[in-house]
Design a protein. Sequence first.
Length: 328
Amino acid sequence: MKQGEFKGLVRKRILVTGGAGFIGSHLCQKLLELGAEVLCCDNYFTGQKDHIRHLHDHPRFELLRHDITFPLYVEVDEIYNLACPASPIHYQFDPVQTTKTCVHGSINMLGLAKRVKAKIFQASTSEVYGDPEVHPQTEDYWGRVNPIGPRSCYDEGKRCAETLFFDYHRQHGVEIKVARIFNTYGPNMHPNDGRVVSNFILQALQNLPITVYGKGEQTRSFCYVDDLVEGILRLMQTPKDFTGPINLGNPVEITILELAEKIIHLTNSRSEIIFKPLPINDPQKRRPDITLARKTLDWEPEIPLEEGLSKTIAYFEKLLRSRRKNES
């Protein structure tokens, strides 16, 4: 990322909801590096204080414990709305609260943006496409989503959030930027979030059986978190009339079985692969078409999967060492 591209962020007051989460913590760090004043807001349902502990003494960093399903009254120039549990284990734990976070949370953040005339970013998701009939997924595809299934609290919650963002834009003139984020990985992933990268790495590092659902033929596309954060920042720099939605993710597709084998190789693990039945409504294919991001943002992921996985493995190795030390 070229520092000069983001000169406008110097001393801007920026609110990051979900700022102690996986992506949010990386975003807070980068915004501070670029000269912004950052207000990190999190209720710690899935966010972790350790992710932002090193930022506490930074003169331009402030931390607020708050649940965005309740109104927030602050003075800011920009809002990055990332607050919402994003893994099936976490968002299905309290599905009603997940929907409230998507819907009530969006209403509260959009209301704040309207009041203070702030530009606002919405972290939407590839899950708005559901189990897609179009591959790869383009932004003009409306998706195929089950509205009453166990994943619906997140899928439909995020779809409703997009509706709210565009209605606030049309009705109230709020400046919005909506990104549909595809599978992202890297340091600060929650170790118990049930996502495939963190699951496989933790199982491999402990030489435990690696759990693959179905035959492992379902595909995903994995974007390293640093690449994603740059895409988000570039989106927020686009002209006012560009709202999105825009896909942010890695177009390189890999099967889940191939991912498991790659992680076993990178960790020198003795793990065996075991197969279990597919979860309900688990998408079979997921790959972004990032033509719009390439054209509009001059952006595409640069970090190869093996390099990103190696950095993520190092993070989880350190986490496991710390756990063992605390248990001894």
